[in-house]
Design a protein around this ligand. Structure first.
Ligand code: HEM
Ligand code: HEM
Ligand SMILES: [Fe+2]
Length: 441
């Protein structure tokens, strides 16, 4: 760690670990409910568990991105963070809003719009909190000694992510318009601006760990990420097929949606090629492993499994089924969860001065969680294909089909248990690192 204020990142990462663990608890509640064991139904009905599970996911990932920015920006800008105390206020406020939202979901205080369930009054607090964050990061870059491409792309990604939260707050009582704007947030985040954030964090990690010249890494990585970003904008159309929007979206969404995986593939090949080109034996093998997992699994989960249902002919049948959940899990895991875990793995030895990065516990965490998540994806996939066939092809009733696919959720819960053992090991290793050390190395 070069700058004292980078320490702030630790508290964001610790929050990540906590919220991530809690997310898994709600995953199990739903997994069991799908198996027919819905004993908690009266206290935590499925809809509340689902909203909590996905919102915790989004919040811990955003917390991870923020922590990443607090770690990366001082180093890239070559100066301490401005107003470090405000960064703690920003974290505290974010957590407070998150806690209130989660309690709200359990008391049926929610908006019922998938991924944007947070009630409106809390949205304004989120906006205020994010503005503070953008000010701290932007101000640090502004006053910094140097402007690097990586810090600029990271800042741009974070700023645009903040701006794209706003379309989700447009008031309308029309179902189609509501869906239309909802996708501006959901799709343009994960298949648009979050990719800029991913590109920047990956570039930082690759520059630090491979020894390849910054110029080489930055130039090509940003060209590829730029392509992903561009195909993703009109790719939004793959959510506008049959929701009451004009027919041209069938063509636009089909075409640009199909282009998106190519960009993800390019990104994966490039990142792996850079890692090999560097030929340097990284002193943090697990951070490198998580970085490669991000590159490869984002292609598999987002690119390959996204393609599986992006064409209108297929989406007509698969829309809103467990096929979507299959893709959602591996895409979020590969692209964004692995990314945050990679940066945490990289930063922890530097923040704490302890060398536990390649401990057996961490190696175990990496393999167990990744194999577990791949198995979970398969379980969702099998359940999803069965559901599509029975419900959409044979026309069976939704709830009858849910009963038919219960058996596949045994597989899901077993896979999720393996996955969770891996995550517990990761969190345990995180705790073993201890708090950040005071000295600057
Ligand atoms: C890292 C990137 C990605 C993430 C995190 C992600 C995640 C998700 C999630 C969570 C959903 C469900 C959203 C909802 O129903 O509200 C979804 C839907 C969808 N995704 Fe992705 N995705 C990514 C990339 C892609 C790509 C590259 C493609 C296309 C090639 C794609 C195609 C789709 C389609 C077609 C749907 C709609 C499914 C339906 O109609 O139910 N996704 N994605
Ligand atoms: C213990 C592990 C986990 C279990 C048992 C689990 C289980 C589930 C279940 C049962 C659903 C609801 C599916 C439905 O609508 O019927 C769900 C939704 C979801 N989970 Fe998980 N999950 C786990 C971990 C994760 C992780 C680690 C991620 C992200 C990296 C994740 C991302 C999601 C997303 C994005 C959705 C919404 C999917 C959609 O829109 O269709 N889950 N999960
Ligand atoms: Fe999309």
């Amino acid at each position: 760690m070069k700058y004292q204020t980078q320490k702030i990142a630790y508290w964001f990462f610790a929050t990540c670990m906590l919220l991530f663990s809690l997310q898994l608890v709600y995953g199990f509640i739903m997994g069991f409910a799908h198996m027919g064991f819905d004993g908690l139904h009266n206290i935590i009905p499925f809809n509340a568990a689902r909203a909590t599970h996905t919102n915790l996911l989004v919040v811990w990932l955003l917390t991870g991105f923020m922590g990443a920015a607090y770690y990366i920006i001082p180093e890239e800008a070559d100066r301490e963070l401005i107003h470090p105390k405000l960064a703690y206020v920003q974290l505290g406020a974010l957590v407070a809003v998150g806690v209130v939202a989660i309690i709200g979901f359990h008391m049926n205080w929610w908006e019922g719009r998938k991924f944007l369930e947070i009630p409106r009054p809390l949205d304004y607090l989120v906006v205020a909190d994010v503005l503070l964050f953008i000010y701290l990061i932007g101000g640090t870059i502004w006053k910094g000694k140097r402007y690097t491409t990586t810090s600029m792309v990271l800042f741009l990604g974070l700023l645009m992510a903040a701006l794209l939260y706003l379309p989700g707050m447009i008031n309308t009582d029309h179902q189609t318009l509501d869906s239309y704007w909802r996708w501006w947030v959901v799709h343009l985040w994960v298949e648009g601006v979050w990719e800029l954030i991913m590109g920047a964090i990956m570039s930082f990690l690759l520059i630090k760990m491979t020894g390849v010249d910054r110029e080489v890494i930055e130039k090509w990585l940003y060209i590829i990420v730029g392509f992903t970003f561009l195909s993703g904008i009109l790719g939004t159309g793959h959510h506008y097929y049959y929701i009451g929007t004009p027919r041209y979206w069938l063509l636009v969404g089909g075409l640009f949606g199909a282009l998106e995986p190519l960009a993800f593939l390019g990104f994966a090949i490039y990142a792996v090629a850079m890692a090999r080109k560097g030929g340097k034996n990284p002193d943090n093998k697990m951070a490198m492993a998580w970085t490669m997992a991000t590159a490869i699994l984002s292609f598999v989960g987002a690119g390959f499994l996204g393609f599986a249902h992006t064409l209108p002919q297929v989406n007509l049948y698969t829309h809103g089924t467990l096929v979507t959940a299959m893709h959602g899990h591996l895409a979020f895991w590969g692209a964004y969860a692995c990314l945050v875990l990679a940066l945490i793995a990289y930063a922890m030895p530097k923040l704490t001065g302890r060398n536990l990065q390649d401990s057996r516990m961490n190696v175990f965490a990496f393999w167990t969680s990744n194999i577990g998540m791949i198995a979970m994806t398969l379980a969702f996939g099998v359940a999803g294909i069965a559901q599509v066939y029975l419900e959409r092809k044979l026309g069976m009733d939704f709830l009858t089909v849910q009963k038919e696919v219960e058996v596949h959720f045994l597989g899901l819960v077993l896979a999720a248990s393996l996955f969770s053992v891996g995550i517990v090991a990761y969190v345990w290793n995180f705790i073993r690192f201890g708090k950040p050390a005071g000295e600057v190395k």
